[in-house]
Design a protein around this ligand. Structure first.
Ligand code: SF4
Length: 242
């Protein structure tokens, strides 16, 4: 269910290393990744709702940005506990409006998304940095672990399109999901020179699914570092961060 809400505040100071502030235009995320920590971190945990089903749209986001921006000097990250380009963004365009406001106030922004919709805003992305999250090359895995998110191939096509449009785009392979590492690294290396990998943190959220699918080895440190090594062979050691 989608709820429209007027919030009291939208710009939040953050300790994450990429930016000084975060903006989350939505509470909840219809991409519904099974491993997502935003289910129990941030405002969603107070809603006692179902992850991937219930969503709050901060309809007064633009008004709040205009009000709060003069007091927030520094760069911004969209978003820490939702995907800024999840399905409802097509209708509400909150992220687009926020980016317009940040640009008009000369603020830097970093965007992280799994969504193909990001290419709609190519006119606003030129001075920003965009990170596309691509966690596996296997569509069967994506369907189970990221059920509402765009298909792997669609994300690769979006990556290609953003590069062709001259956008500064990087790739985050995180969390590393069951995959063919060589195949994914080779596909990504057509478009980017370096990648950032991260391990899956909250095993308890996916333990039963991994057991059912026979993917348990992908929860081990060994498998993560094996994957890193394959990426390092294809990208070069200096071009893989983890
Ligand atoms: S896209 Fe990001 S915020 Fe949305 S459910 Fe997946 S991990 Fe969570």
């Amino acid at each position: 269910m989608i709820h429209e809400v007027n919030c009291k505040k939208i710009i939040t100071r953050t300790k994450i290393p990429v930016a000084k502030y975060v903006i989350n235009p939505y509470i909840g995320c219809s991409f519904g990744c099974l491993y997502c920590f935003a289910q129990f971190i941030g405002p969603f945990k107070y809603t006692s709702s179902k992850w991937d089903r219930d969503l709050w749209v901060k309809v007064n986001a633009a008004d709040l940005i205009e009000k709060e921006l003069p007091k927030a000097s520094g760069d911004f990250f969209l978003s820490s506990v939702c995907d800024p380009y999840q399905h409802v963004e097509k209708k509400y365009q909150l992220t687009r409006r926020i980016l317009q406001l940040l640009r008009s106030h000369f603020r830097e922004a970093h965007i992280m998304t799994k969504s193909t919709l990001v290419s709609r805003d190519v006119d606003l992305l030129r001075e920003l940095s965009v990170t596309l999250t691509i966690t596996t090359d296997r569509e069967d895995v994506r369907k189970i672990l990221e059920p509402g998110a765009p298909a792997v191939e669609e994300r690769l096509n979006t990556l290609k399109k953003l590069k062709e449009d001259g956008i500064k785009v990087s790739v985050f392979v995180g969390p590393v999901l069951p995959m063919n590492p060589e195949n994914l690294a080779k596909q990504l290396s057509k478009y980017v020179d370096n990648v950032f990998l991260d391990a899956l943190n909250y095993h308890r959220l996916v333990n039963s699914v991994y057991t059912k699918c026979g993917w348990q080895e992908w929860l081990t440190e060994e498998k993560f570092f094996e994957t890193v090594e394959v990426f390092e062979k294809i990208f070069g050691k200096d071009n893989v961060r983890y």
